[in-house]
Design a protein around this ligand. Structure first.
Ligand code: ZN
Length: 258
C-alpha cells in the first residue's frame, strides 16, 4: 500500500495559473505511479474557503476511498465548538500552515486544537520550514514534546533543518513527510544512521511530481522493511487505516476466516 501524505487539491489564491490540481488529475497521477491513497487538503485561501474546500474533499472521499481528507483551518478564526462539529463529519486529521495563516504554532492560545486532536486520535500535519519564523521545525518539535500522545507530522523533511534528523528518534510521536526537501543520502542517513523510522512518503503534488517523489525513496537504498514503512505502513498507522484493512480482508473472505 502506497500512501502520499501531502496532496493539494483546488487552486491557490496566490498563483491560480500554476498552483492548481483537481481530484481527477490527482487520481490520474496516482494511477500512473501506483499510489493507492492520497491525503488531500486545499491550497491556501481565505479562512472560509479553506473550510468549504475541505468539506468538498470530505464529501468526495465518501464515494472514493482513495481520498483521505484532512481539514485545513486557520485556528485564529475558529471556536472549539466549530472545530469539534467539523471533525465530527469524519476528517482524518488537520493540516496547519502557520506561515500562510499567520499564527505561531507553539503559542498556548492554540493548544486546545492539539488537545482536541489527541482526544480524537487524529494527526496534525504542520507545514514546516527553517525559513519561516512561525513554522520553524524546532517549534513543531516542542509540540511533539508537550503532547506526547499527539501524532505530529512535520512536512517537508524536517523543514530543511538537518540538525533535527539527528535527534528526531527521541520523539516517538513525531513523523516527517518526505516532500520537497533533501536528497536520497540524507533520507538514508536519517533511518540507518540516526535510527528515525517515522518518515512518510509525500509529494506535495502539484508542487512536485509523485513519480519523482517516489523515486527519491526507492533510490535511497532503504531495506525492504523500512521502504514499506515509509511508503505506506507508517501513514496507515497514523491514519488508523490498519483496522479498516483487516475488516476489508475479512469481508472479502480472506484473513483468518472468523
Ligand atoms: Zn503543501
Amino acid at each position: 500500500m502506497i500512501i502520499d501524505f501531502h496532496c493539494h487539491v483546488g487552486k491557490d489564491s496566490s498563483d491560480e495559473e500554476y498552483e492548481h490540481l483537481n481530484l481527477e488529475e490527482l487520481k490520474r497521477s496516482m494511477d500512473k505511479w501506483g499510489v493507492d491513497k492520497a491525503v488531500v487538503f486545499p491550497f491556501n485561501g481565505d479562512d472560509e474557503s479553506l473550510i468549504e474546500e475541505s468539506l468538498e474533499i470530505l464529501e468526495k472521499s465518501k464515494e472514493a476511498d482513495w481520498i483521505v481528507p484532512l481539514l485545513r483551518i486557520n485556528p485564529k478564526s475558529l471556536s472549539k465548538d466549530e472545530l469539534s462539529g467539523l471533525l465530527d463529519k469524519g476528517f482524518k486529521g488537520i493540516k496547519l500552515h502557520p506561515r500562510a495563516q499567520d499564527f505561531d504554532l507553539d503559542d498556548e492560545k492554540y493548544f486546545w486544537v492539539y488537545e482536541m486532536c489527541v482526544d480524537r486520535e487524529l494527526p496534525v500535519l504542520f507545514h514546516s520550514s527553517v525559513k519561516d519564523s512561525t513554522s520553524k521545525p524546532e517549534k513543531i518539535l516542542s509540540i511533539a514534546e508537550r503532547f506526547p500522545d499527539l501524532k505530529v507530522v512535520m512536512a517537508h523533511f524536517f523543514g530543511n533543518d538537518f540538525s533535527i534528523m539527528k535527534i528526531a528518534k527521541d520523539y516517538p510521536n513525531l513523523y516527517v513527510d518526505t516532500s520537497m526537501n533533501s536528497g536520497t543520502m540524507k533520507r538514508l542517513q536519517t533511518v540507518n544512521k540516526y535510527g528515525f523510522k517515522n518518515m512518510v512518503f509525500a509529494s506535495d503534488i502539484p508542487y512536485d511530481s509523485q513519480g519523482v517523489a517516489l523515486l527519491k525513496i526507492r533510490e535511497a537504498g532503504f531495506s525492504e522493511e523500512n521502504e514499506d514503512l515509509i511508503l505506506g505502513g507508517n501513514a496507515a498507522k497514523i491514519l488508523g487505516l490498519i483496522p479498516e484493512m483487516v475488516v476489508e480482508k475479512r469481508e472479502r473472505g480472506e484473513g483468518d476466516g472468523k
